[in-house]
Design a protein around this ligand. Structure first.
Ligand code: SF4
Ligand code: SF4
Ligand code: FES
Length: 263
C-alpha cells in the first residue's frame, strides 16, 4: 500500500462508550488520527469515548475500541509487552509505546497520531520501509573473518564484562520512536538515524565482531554520524532508555581511530 506524509486532519463527533467491565472509573476521550491515503485526500480526527480502569494501557483501550466501536481503525501491535516495538505512536504529542502507556496518566483527552515524521500507511500505522532499509545498511549481524567455520557450530561465548559494553544498544526493539523525534530526519530521510547508528555501535563494540570495515563507509558518509546535532530528542523518546547520543559519540570516536590507524 502506498504511504503518504502526514497532513492536518479535520474532526468528527464521538459516539457512546460501550462498557469495558463492571469496575470502570471514568470516561476519557480518545481523539484519533484517521487517514487512508489511497481513498481520501485529507486526514481527519475521530473521537471515541473510552471507559478507563486501573492498569488500562492505550493499546488495551484501542483493542477494546476495535472490538466494540470501530473495527475499521488501523493499529499495529503484536507482543503487548514492550518487546516487539510495533505499537509505537504519537500519544499526546510524544512518541511512545501504546502497550507501555497507562491511560490514567494521560488526562481526560488522549490524542493519538501515527509516529511523527514517518509516512502513513493508514490511520495509526506508519510505513517503516525506510527505517529498515537504513538498518540493513549497517550490516546488522556479527561479521567473522578469522574464526574457523567448525568453531561456529557451537555457542560463541562472551565474557560478562564484554557483554556489558553493549548492554544498552542490544536493548533496542526497533520501535522507531527515536526516528520520529529526530529533527535531522524531518528534513533528510536519508540520515541513518539514531537507531541504525546505535545498532551499528552494538556490533562494532561487540568483542566478537570484525566488521568495522563493512560499516565505516555508511557511518562516515554524509548520511552518517556527523549529521547528528546532539539535540537529545531521540534519547527523550526512547522507551528503552538507550543513551543514543552516547552511542553516536562512541561511534564517532571509533571512526576517527579507524581513520588514523587504519583498523
Ligand atoms: S541527538 Fe542526533 S540522532 Fe538524536 S534526535 Fe538529535 S540529531 Fe537526531
Ligand atoms: S533506540 Fe529506542 S526508540 Fe529507537 S528504535 Fe530502538 S528502542 Fe525504539
Ligand atoms: S505491542 Fe509490542 S511493543 Fe507494544
Amino acid at each position: 500500500m502506498a504511504a503518504e506524509t502526514q497532513a492536518k486532519p479535520a474532526e468528527t463527533q464521538p459516539t457512546a462508550a460501550p462498557a469495558m467491565q463492571a469496575s470502570t472509573q471514568a470516561i476519557v476521550t480518545f481523539k484519533i488520527y484517521r487517514h487512508e491515503p489511497t481513498v481520501e485526500k485529507t486526514p481527519h480526527f475521530q473521537t471515541y469515548p473510552v471507559e478507563t480502569r486501573p492498569g488500562l494501557t492505550v493499546l488495551d483501550a484501542l483493542i477494546h475500541l476495535l472490538d466494540t466501536q470501530d473495527g475499521s481503525l488501523a493499529v499495529r501491535y503484536s507482543c503487548r509487552h514492550a518487546v516487539c516495538g510495533s505499537c509505537a505512536m504519537d500519544i499526546n504529542g510524544k512518541n511512545m509505546l501504546a502497550c507501555q502507556t497507562q491511560v490514567a496518566r494521560l488526562g481526560p483527552e488522549v490524542t493519538l497520531r501515527p509516529l511523527t515524521g514517518l509516512p502513513v500507511v493508514r490511520d495509526l500505522v506508519c510505513d517503516m520501509t525506510n527505517f529498515f532499509r537504513k538498518y540493513n545498511l549497517i550490516t546488522p549481524y556479527l561479521v567473522n573473518k578469522t574464526k574457523d567455520e567448525k568453531d561456529l557450530t557451537r555457542e560463541w561465548l562472551q565474557s560478562p564484562r564484554d557483554r556489558k559494553k553493549i548492554d544498552h544498544e542490544i536493548g533496542c526493539i526497533m520501535c522507531g520512536c527515536c526516528e520520529g523525534a529526530c529533527p535531522v530526519l524531518w528534513t533528510d530521510e536519508n540520515y541513518l538515524g539514531p537507531s541504525a547508528i546505535a545498532k551499528a555501535w552494538r556490533f562494532i563494540a561487540d568483542t566478537r565482531d570484525e566488521g568495522i570495515q563493512e560499516r565505516i563507509g555508511i557511518l562516515d558518509s554524509q548520511y552518517g554520524v556527523w549529521r547528528c546535532h546532539t539535540a537529545f530528542g531521540c534519547v527523550e523518546a526512547c522507551p528503552k532508555n538507550i543513551p543514543l547520543t552516547e552511542s553516536i559519540e562512541k561511534a564517532r570516536r571509533r571512526i576517527i581511530r579507524y581513520r588514523l590507524r587504519g583498523k
